[in-house]
Design a protein around this ligand. Structure first.
Ligand code: MN
Ligand code: MN
Length: 313
């Protein structure tokens, strides 16, 4: 394959993944209503991704109210959507390792201030996408995001960022913060043409807009250099790596490999051996609500292209 063929192929797969993720997100969001089990919502999104010819790039995150990210239901989860809630649905699809990552917030119930928070996150995302082009320092993108959010009298979460994406790598090293720190104005990295970036502002009214680890989660990631010492476990681990493409996975996806009552023990053993790590649930300690919006984009010479465009965009 020539270089230009390879670029064309990559772009094609990125758009395929983007379309799949966008459709799956719309479907998962349409399921959100008071009383619906989170397990149903999470699995419906993932199943839709598979039906459309992709694979989940990570478990569906359903983060409610003061939770910002990394909540996914376990197999025995009985929780349901509350009467008044900000429900962030964040999901990803990949096609041959080419990833799309996208999120939306659904307001359940009526509340103007919460609706405003959702709009602020969307406005932050739109402002970023209107600013991005090759050669620009990331600081300028952060500035656009925070400026748009402040117009809604909301604040961006400071310690959650957008991120670059590579094939089979969801967080490949470049961060796009939603706040522009003055010290970074002339030193923050420049966007490069063809970079794939997920932009994801989170918004809140909290006086301390920084998330913390609130509780252990049910999402796990591979430690790529590490393998289990025991040969039976090593075998299982290599099958997991193939199945999950070394991307983040949910404890409930382990039913493929072990009996449900063996999942916790198996994951705990792998964790102790340093082969996997768990993602704790991130949220605001003071209980303030959080909204989020996310798209995956490709940086172009004069702007950017959204791979996860929604039907109404
Ligand atoms: Mn995401
Ligand atoms: Mn993301």
């Amino acid at each position: 394959m020539s270089v230009s063929d390879r670029h064309r192929y990559r772009r094609e797969k990125l758009f395929e993944a983007g379309k799949i993720a966008s459709k799956a997100l719309a479907f998962a969001c349409s399921q959100v209503a008071a009383g619906v089990p989170l397990l149903t919502i999470a699995e419906s999104g993932e199943q839709r991704i598979r039906e459309l010819g992709g694979q989940p790039a990570f478990p569906t995150n359903i983060s409610i109210n003061h939770h910002a990210a990394h909540y996914t239901p376990a197999l025995d989860d009985t929780s349901t959507v509350p009467e008044l809630a900000l429900v962030k649905i964040d999901l990803g699809a990949h096609v041959h390792g080419y990833i799309a990552d996208t999120a939306q917030t659904v307001l359940v119930g009526k509340d103007e201030k919460l609706q405003n928070l959702v709009q602020a996150a969307e406005a932050g995302l739109q402002a970023a996408m209107q600013t991005i082009r090759a050669g620009l320092r990331i600081w300028k993108v952060s500035k656009a995001i925070s400026g748009a959010i402040r117009q809604f009298k909301a604040r961006p979460i400071e310690n959650l960022t957008g991120h670059s994406i590579d094939a089979f790598n969801l967080h490949s090293g470049v961060a796009v913060p939603s706040v522009a720190r003055s010290g970074e104005r002339f030193v923050s990295p420049r966007l490069k043409e063809k970079m794939v970036i997920a932009i994801e502002p989170f918004t809140t009214y909290s006086r301390n807009p920084n998330v913390e680890n609130l509780e252990p989660g049910h999402i796990f990631g591979f430690v790529r250099s590490q393998n289990p010492s025991n040969s039976k476990l090593r075998n299982l681990f290599s099958q997991m790596k193939v199945k999950f493409a070394q991307l983040p996975f949910a404890s409930r996806w382990m039913t493929e490999f072990v009996e449900p009552d063996q999942i916790s023990h198996t994951l705990e053993t792998l964790r102790k051996e340093g082969c996997i790590h768990s993602f704790p649930v991130l949220g605001l300690r003071d209980g303030s609500f959080v909204a989020q919006a996310e798209h995956t984009i490709i940086v172009e010479q004069t702007g950017c292209t959204i791979t996860t465009k929604r039907p109404n965009e």
